[in-house]
Design a protein around this ligand. Structure first.
Ligand SMILES: Cc1cc2nc3c(=O)[nH]c(=O)nc-3n(C[C@H](O)[C@H](O)[C@H](O)COP(=O)(O)O)c2cc1C
Length: 145
């Protein structure tokens, strides 16, 4: 039977995964639904070791989430099935490299109201890795809260 410290090591060694996608606010929903989305996301993510960011420009979302695959995979299913958004486009779904750090370790779900209408469309038009890189380069301009 595994001791407590063996279990901790097993958990720590589990590979992390990343999911990066964009989507559009569903026509029957208002932009004000984002508050409720964030509340749910932050409560769940904070207690399940999920981190990431969500950007919204009034019409489109882009989100990067990272965490343990056992938690992340069912969460992805719930997010993609959420009727508050539509036209989801998966940009990247990948394991983190062995020594790779999480992109947004300090955020259970950092949020930014993006003012430029082009940013999310530009990210969505790029191959996933380049979209993530664009987010990284714009990070200092993003007013994450
Ligand atoms: C754009 C978007 C992003 C979301 N991000 C998260 C998230 O990071 N974490 C989370 O727990 N729920 C997130 N949700 C909410 C889930 O889709 C879902 O409502 C939540 O997991 C509760 O699922 P349940 O009602 O089936 O229990 C997001 C929803 C949308 C529309």
């Amino acid at each position: 039977m595994a001791t407590e410290s063996q279990r901790e090591i097993t958990v720590a060694l589990r590979p992390l995964e990343r999911f990066f996608y964009c989507s559009a606010l569903a026509p029957q929903h208002q932009a004000t639904c984002v508050g409720a989305i964030l509340k749910t996301a932050r409560a769940f993510n904070a207690t399940h070791g999920i981190t990431g960011i969500l950007l919204f420009d009034g019409a489109r979302f882009v989100q990067c989430i990272e965490g343990d695959g056992d938690i992340l995979n069912p969460l992805i299913g719930r997010i993609l099935g959420d009727e508050r958004h539509c036209a989801s486009q998966i940009l990247l779904c990948e394991p983190l490299g062995q020594d790779e750090e999480r992109r947004y370790p300090g955020w259970s779900m950092g949020y930014c109201d993006v003012e430029s209408e082009d940013l999310i469309a530009s990210i969505a038009a790029l191959p996933g890795a380049q979209g993530l890189e664009m987010l990284r380069l714009r990070h200092h301009n993003l007013d994450l809260g």
